[in-house]
Write a protein that binds this ligand. Structure first.
Ligand code: BG6
Length: 489
């Protein structure tokens, strides 16, 4: 007997920059993802620019633009997010397929630069507003509730390039204007919101980024602080505009384990939870910085620009629910003689008890139950798992069918883990699998790393018909939803 409560919000998730495409349509301005090339598991995605002498250049994600250079789209590269999987023109078809699966909820994000092309405009673009309104109306036709992420890694490029991005306090105001426009324009159509996707990914992971200087670490903390304030202001405004709005934080939820029983590893592991998971969750759920923040700031010589008004906003703008992505667990160790494996902006030592995907991400359903029970105990807020899934290769058979038992198996085990957490008392209210339709991978820019129940005919070079097809997992998930998590066979 499964324990999912009546009204449990089953569904799937995508992000504008990975699904929508239409990067220069409808007056939309560019975002960083539009100057980010494709990549692979071996070769990192690059950000492209033209320097002051007209030479073409590329940067890694963490590097800064050289003096006098500007971000640019260059002919010699492919930019997979430009078209993505063309949700811009296919949303009706895609939503109909989600309806066919019985989705109760669809998580998507609003492209900031589709409403505010540079981020500086005073009013949102009408065309962008109409586009999303139509999408929300379409979802309601099928009884699908939108779950809207306001920011999913896509600050308008203009703000990044000319205004200092999230290292400039003024970006808070630009974001608040954007969020206010969303709450106002989509009032009555949307009730569930998330302010910042995987906000904690900005906090550098010491194994994934061993080269991170104290200066860079301090910038990350400042960037986060401005986002915390922006989120808290947005929460207050969202509640004032419509008191029925449920607004959540969104944390990249990795379950950390000590690599050995060496006490140094146990302590290192506790610190990893503090830095990577609790630092952001505590500020957004409790409304103030936790005590251990001082340790983190002292260790990296962080001096924050933080005001009394900020503290007041943080206290007033706590979230209504905790949401997170869950893909994997990670081992934390101080020992050096270990094999390092990584994924989703984090890394750790290989766990011999787990299997790893072709992209090096561990599969660990028990970590999901562990995480859910740990987090519920800490905050006692309703929880949603808003991303979970297995990035894998799919093969289209001659008759067009796609058999993905490995994906079904992955989901079955994670749904069982959620069921267990609910049975233990966790107030889990929703689940949206990641990339319910194949989308461009955020990490590698590939199409071949597929998560969907729905296959999209598009390859890594941008070739394909964009035709949508149902995988075996499509029919399986439909059954799961119809039985409210009872039938996982
Ligand atoms: C999360 C992001 O980090 O993981 C998504 O919120 C992303 O945007 C997902 O797509 C899976 O990562 P990847 O690199 O496999 O696309």
């Amino acid at each position: 007997m499964a324990h999912f409560p009546e009204g449990f919000l089953w569904g799937g998730a995508v992000a504008a920059n990975q699904w929508e495409g239409g990067w220069n349509l409808g007056g939309r301005g560019p975002a960083m993802t539009d100057v980010t090339t494709g990549g692979s598991v071996k070769e990192r995605r690059k950000i492209t620019y033209i320097d002051k002498d007209g030479n073409h250049g590329t940067l890694d994600r963490h590097q800064k633009l050289p003096e006098g250079a500007h971000y640019a789209v260059l002919d010699e590269y492919h930019y997979p997010n430009h078209e993505a999987v063309d949700g811009y023109h296919h949303y009706k078809e895609d939503i109909a397929l989600f309806g066919e699966m019985g989705f109760k909820q669809f998580r998507m994000s609003i492209s900031w630069s589709r409403l505010f092309p540079t981020g500086l405009e005073k009013e949102p673009l009408k065309e962008g507003v109409e586009f999303y309104r139509d999408m929300f109306k379409e979802m309601h036709k099928y009884g699908i509730e939108p779950l809207v992420t306001i920011w999913h890694f896509d600050t308008p490029l203009y703000l990044e390039e000319h205004c200092g991005g999230w290292l400039n306090r003024e970006t808070i105001d630009h974001f608040v204007r954007f969020a206010t426009a969303c709450f106002t324009e989509f009032k009555g159509l949307v009730h569930n919101w998330l302010t910042f996707n995987e906000i904690n990914n900005t906090m550098p992971d010491p194994v994934f980024r061993p080269d991170c200087s104290d200066e860079e670490f301090a910038e990350a903390c400042q960037h986060l602080h401005y986002q915390f304030v922006a989120s808290a202001k947005a929460v207050q405004i969202g509640h004032a505009i419509d008191p029925s709005n449920m607004i959540g934080c969104m944390i990249c939820g990795i379950c950390y384990y000590p690599g050995t029983c060496d006490p140094a590893d146990i302590i290192e592991n506790r610190h990893r939870w503090e830095e990577k998971i609790f630092y952001c969750g505590d500020v957004q759920c409790k409304g103030y910085y936790p005590t251990f923040a001082k340790r983190i700031w002292d260790e990296h010589n962080v001096k924050l620009d933080i005001t009394e008004d900020d503290l007041d906003d943080l206290a007033r703008g706590t979230v209504d629910m905790y949401t997170f992505s869950y893909y994997m667990s990670q081992n934390v160790t101080t020992h050096k003689d270990v094999e390092i494996v990584g994924g989703n902006m984090s890394a750790g030592s290989r766990n011999p008890y787990l299997e790893y995907s072709d992209w090096g991400w561990s599969t660990d359903p028990s970590g999901l139950d562990y995480y859910l029970e740990m987090i519920y105990d800490r905050y006692e807020l309703p929880i949603m798992v808003v991303e979970n899934g297995l990035g894998a290769y799919d093969t289209v058979e001659e008759d067009g069918s796609i058999h993905d038992p490995f994906r079904i198996d992955y989901y079955r085990k994670h749904i069982q883990a959620m069921d267990k957490a609910i049975a233990h008392g966790v107030d889990l209210i929703g689940y949206t699998t990641w990339g319910c339709i194949d989308v461009v991978s955020a990490g590698t820019g590939e199409m071949r790393k597929r998560y969907g129940f729905i296959y999209v005919d598009m390859d890594d070079e941008g070739k394909g018909s964009m035709k949508r097809s149902r995988k075996d997992s499509f029919f399986w998930y439909k059954k799961v939803i119809a039985s409210n998590g009872e039938d996982l066979a």
